[in-house]
Design a protein around this ligand. Structure first.
Ligand code: FAD
Length: 341
């Protein structure tokens, strides 16, 4: 008999806001598909878990993105994200369906929710991971041990963590580290509606009002072209902005630039910032510290401009230019304008 009899499948928390599903849920479903394909003998499915109010009709979308089954918890108490009811509902889903692994995005919501659920279930959780795999040696013993890798010691090392003693094996995984598989509208799957039994419907915390931000900040994770500002570009930010405008991209920054007060934390790329994968990343005056590179190395094409020919950033760049930012950027603006004329 398998060690964890009754526990099966890889579950993914499908985060949504106002019915709009966050990409990270689909990225995790796509990766979970690869994991189940790597151990066909386990016969695992990929199961999406969708919590919200008035979201039943979104289940088809989740299946089209790769889920075999979707568990829908549709309840007015789950209209907006709140820790208490979301954690209550998700804990009940786990107790009822017994997932072998449970993945959530390492988003603000996922980082709040997953540890609470893990604590209630006394399950192991690896937070903020960047890679997942299955220990294929264990599969022959009927065990789907999840190997979860995350940066550690300030990003200088990567640690792989296993949770062999409890189920489900839980992990929060950063957005944008996995590709989203193409949508397949012809896929079919099972939709299971689950009604939680609320111990109380009295909220511990009451949300009086949800106010949208007056000016929604830019979302660098969605930008196709990013101009990365490093400390060496702090005196040339106008040029960087102009290049971004001309190319239809956005400016992002290293932590050094954020700490120096030249950019908002929301546009920080790296281990303690966002992970981005644009088509083009132009790194301007960026040294290439591992903590920054961790957030942008999966960009399709990287151009680095730095005055130091030995800068680490050149090691991951597809194209490098040794020169001073203040000299190169005006020329770049001019050339782009010429090319567009
Ligand atoms: P610097 O390292 O100072 O490099 C500036 C570069 O600009 C140099 O290569 C220099 O040759 C070049 N330069 C200078 N002047 C010019 C010029 N006029 N023209 C052309 N080139 C010039 N960093 C992040 O970015 N994101 C993170 O999420 C992050 N998380 C971290 C988490 C931890 C736990 C720790 C310890 C650090 C973290 N860091 C992060 C910081 C990281 O280690 C680096 O300090 C930071 O990325 C350096 O930023 P920078 O490249 O802009 O600056």
């Amino acid at each position: 008999m398998a060690k964890f009899d009754g526990y099966k499948d890889i579950y993914v928390f499908v985060e949504q806001k106002d019915g709009n599903i966050a990409d990270v849920g689909y990225e995790l479903i796509s990766e979970a598909r690869k994991l189940v394909a790597s151990m066909p003998e386990m016969g695992f499915n990929v199961v999406g878990v969708l919590l919200g109010s008035g979201i039943k009709d979104k289940a088809g979308e989740v299946i089209a993105h790769g889920a075999d089954k979707v568990i829908v918890v549709d309840d007015p108490l789950l209209k907006d994200y709140n820790t208490q009811f979301y954690a209550d509902a998700l804990t009940q889903v786990v107790n009822e369906f017994k997932p072998d692994s449970f993945l959530t995005g390492a988003t603000v919501e996922g980082r709040d929710l997953a540890p609470r659920v893990a604590a209630r279930l006394n399950a192991g959780l690896t937070a903020d991971a960047t890679k997942i795999a299955i220990d294929l040696d264990k599969v022959k013993d009927g065990e789907a041990l999840l190997l979860v890798t995350r940066p550690t010691f300030g990003g200088n090392l990567f640690g792989t963590i296993v949770c062999p003693n409890t189920r489900p094996q839980m992990a929060t995984i950063r957005p944008k580290v996995f590709d989203m598989a193409p949508v397949d509208e012809t896929r079919t799957g099972e939709v299971i509606e689950f009604a939680p039994k609320w111990e109380t419907t009295e909220p511990e915390v009451t949300i009086l009002e949800v106010e949208p931000k007056l000016a929604e900040g830019i979302d660098i994770t969605k930008a196709d072209i990013l101009i990365g500002a490093g400390r060496g570009a702090e005196g040339s930010l106008d040029y960087l902005n102009e290049v971004a405008k001309e190319l239809g991209g956005e400016v992002c920054a290293t932590r050094a630039v954020v700490e120096d007060g030249f950019a908002d934390k929301a546009v920080q790329v790296g281990q303690t910032g966002k992970t981005v994968r644009p088509t083009l990343y132009i790194a301007c005056g960026i040294s290439g510290a591992v903590q920054h590179v961790a957030g942008m190395e999966k960009s399709d094409f990287i151009i680095a401009i730095n005055r130091d020919p030995e800068a680490e950033i050149f090691k991951i760049a597809n194209l490098g230019y040794v020169g001073k930012i203040e000299e190169v950027m005006p020329l770049l603006v001019e050339e782009i304008k010429k090319a567009k004329a």
